[in-house]
Ligand binder design. Structure first.
Ligand code: PHE
Length: 341
């Protein structure tokens, strides 16, 4: 039986050298030194021997088993190390590889321009008043002193709805009436930003929707010099202190007198270029003193109160600033356009 033990020992050692992974190692352990392994089995059979041979055999069998266990432990460590190295190599990262670019969204150019507006006008004491996009003829036209058959009421310009007397505002001016009726008899200094809608052919110059920023100041002593000074100050804050500002007589039903406001061209500084159509000036606003009828319609007695109003187009101003020639880019959602801002 001793020879059998030695042979088993040799066999086990020879096989252990061949064992290459944890699974094979486990199989080897079960076969030889596990609870039902062959070496363990021989130890149990010590009682089959004549008593005189038992101590020598037992001692040797224990030696063999302990030595195999130690060899097993070494092999186990080597295999684990090899397997770990293999896993690390397979999952290796090349940290010198350049990363994939991550696309980040950005604010729409109109949003950025509107925020600039809010900032400048807030500094000058104007708060934002949100008026509605959906209006009625009364606020959009009638209370703003539009004569009954004014061409702006024409089907060409206004989006009507299937609801009786529900239209989309064609400008932010109806908000003047709503602000006055809400604030009377307090003095007012507000801007009214928002989308306006016109039923027009979409071209490079005209969209069916666009933003306006209306301004309204009402009080007891507001004069045309206040309007001019306020708008000139806005233009300087928006475009720089070296801007020239000029006022041209114009007409709007809801202001009297009415003026259009130009700044010296921000691209050519007045010399004349494509963007200013070689005039040296860019139009930035319509404006005027609030018409007495409009003040009255807002609840303010025109014998006591006066006011000024203006309307600006942020998309138009962005086009001027960047020399953009087609207004359709604004709502086209073309990333090639949007990512440039
Ligand atoms: N509402 C006018 C427009 O749509 C602009 C404007 C506003 C003019 C306020 C004067 C005063 O063109």
């Amino acid at each position: 039986m001793l020879e059998e033990l030695e042979a088993l020992n040799d066999e086990a050692r020879a096989e252990l050298v061949e064992v290459a992974d944890s699974e094979a190692l486990r199989t080897w352990e079960l076969a030889y030194i596990g609870r039902n392994g062959q070496v363990t089995g021989m130890l149990r059979r010590v009682g089959d021997l004549p008593p005189a041979q038992r101590p020598a055999f037992g001692q040797r069998a224990n030696e063999v088993k302990n030595a195999l266990q130690a060899a097993y432990g070494e092999r186990e460590q080597a295999i684990k190390a090899a397997e770990l190295a293999e896993r690390l190599a397979a999952g290796a990262l090349d940290v010198s590889l350049p990363g994939r670019p991550v696309l980040t969204g950005g604010l729409h150019p109109t949003t950025r321009m509107l925020r600039r507006f809010y900032e400048i006008w807030a500094d000058m004491g104007f708060q934002v008043y949100r008026s509605r996009d959906v209006e009625d003829d009364m606020h959009n036209f009638e209370l703003l002193n539009f004569p009954p058959h004014h061409p702006a009421r024409d089907m060409q310009d206004t989006f009507f709805t299937t609801e009786k007397d529900v239209i989309l505002r064609t400008h932010t001016s109806p908000g003047q009436i709503r602000a006055m009726r809400e604030y009377y008899p307090e003095p007012i200094r507000v801007i009214l930003p928002g989308m306006c809608y016109r039923h027009e052919q979409i071209t490079a110059r005209s969209e069916v929707q666009f933003n306006q920023v209306e301004g309204l100041a009402v009080g007891r002593n507001i004069r045309m010099t206040d309007l001019k000074g306020t708008i000139a100050e806005f233009a300087r804050r928006m475009y720089g202190s070296d801007r020239q500002v000029r006022f041209r007589a114009s007409y709007f039903p809801f202001t009297e007198p009415s003026m259009e406001v130009d700044v010296s061209c921000i691209l050519c500084d007045g010399a004349g270029c494509r963007v200013c159509k070689y005039t040296g000036w860019l139009e930035i606003a319509g404006s005027g003193m609030v018409h007495p009828n409009v003040l009255r319609n807002g609840g303010y007695d025109p014998a006591v109160y006066t006011g000024f109003a203006f309307g600006m187009g942020p998309e138009r101003m962005i086009m001027q600033k960047h020399g953009i020639e087609d207004i359709r880019y604004f709502w086209g959602n073309d990333l090639r356009f949007l990512q440039q801002f």
